[in-house]
Design a protein around this ligand. Structure first.
Ligand code: GSH
Length: 227
């Protein structure tokens, strides 16, 4: 079932929505991008993802698929003969990619989010330590997974590249807001090199939010209500 209309419910600024967008680009699948308005949820979203009510949702011939990493796997399997393989071919490498993708969402992103919310120097220092610890783990994971190649997945962008790379724009905005480098060339040289290659990839560039535009958006959504 690889034919049928493809639609993606999402929003340009969402790191989770970026994942299926990169995957669809890698597979050269045309799709209609149905953007949600920040702060409200469309009827279509509520009907398509009644459990979590979150974006992204992929609609393939009107059938919904939810959760960004699951959507990326679905795209890889559905359009398996088009473009490079997104999941690694060896079961062990696939297991490692899924392990680190879960770590990124459950732990690493949690620290990044806490950094944006942290108040006071002590709280900020604690989150920076958490982030540095996470980055060091991911630097080592990159060296192990990439086996000397430019991406986690080898020669091409794959599952884990998409999983981590989707947060790079928000990472930059966080660095800008905090005037603190979170991905440091001296501490994580391989990740820094990888990040540059990822951002410049033709499947990524058109869907990577512009830092200044995202910073403006972040200001709006994190603005504290006036007392
Ligand atoms: N685990 C989900 C997370 C998706 C998610 O958090 N999406 C956010 C946008 S970045 C959302 O829809 N938030 C609305 C809400 O929480 O109600 C995934 O990977 O798709």
């Amino acid at each position: 079932m690889s034919s049928g209309e493809v639609k993606l419910i999402g929003a340009w600024a969402s790191p989770f929505v970026m994942r299926p967008r990169v995957a669809l680009n890698l597979k050269s699948v045309p799709y209609e991008f149905l953007q949600e308005t920040f702060g409200s949820k469309s009827e279509l979203l509520l009907k398509s993802n009644p459990v979590h009510k979150k974006i992204p949702v992929l609609l393939h011939a009107d059938k919904p698929v939810c959760e960004s990493n699951i959507i990326v796997e679905y795209i890889d399997e559905t359009w398996s003969s088009s473009g490079p393989s997104i999941l690694p071919s060896h079961p062990y490498d696939r297991a490692m990619a899924r392990f680190w993708a879960a770590y990124i969402d459950e732990k690493w992103f949690g620290a990044l989010r806490n950094f944006l919310k942290a108040e006071g120097e002590e709280e900020k220092k604690a989150v920076i330590a958490q982030m540095e610890e996470g980055n060091a783990l991911l630097e080592k994971a990159f060296i192990d997974c990439s086996k000397g190649k430019p991406f986690f997945n080898g020669d091409n962008i794959g599952y884990l590249d998409i999983s981590l790379g989707s947060f790079l724009a928000w990472l930059r905005v966080t660095e800008l807001t905090a005037s603190h480098k979170l991905l440091d060339e001296a501490k994580t040289p391989s990740l820094c090199k990888w990040a540059e290659l990822f951002c410049n990839d033709p499947a990524v560039k058109p869907v990577m939010p512009e830092t200044a535009k995202l910073a403006e958006f972040a200001k709006k959504i994190f603005a504290k209500p006036q007392a």
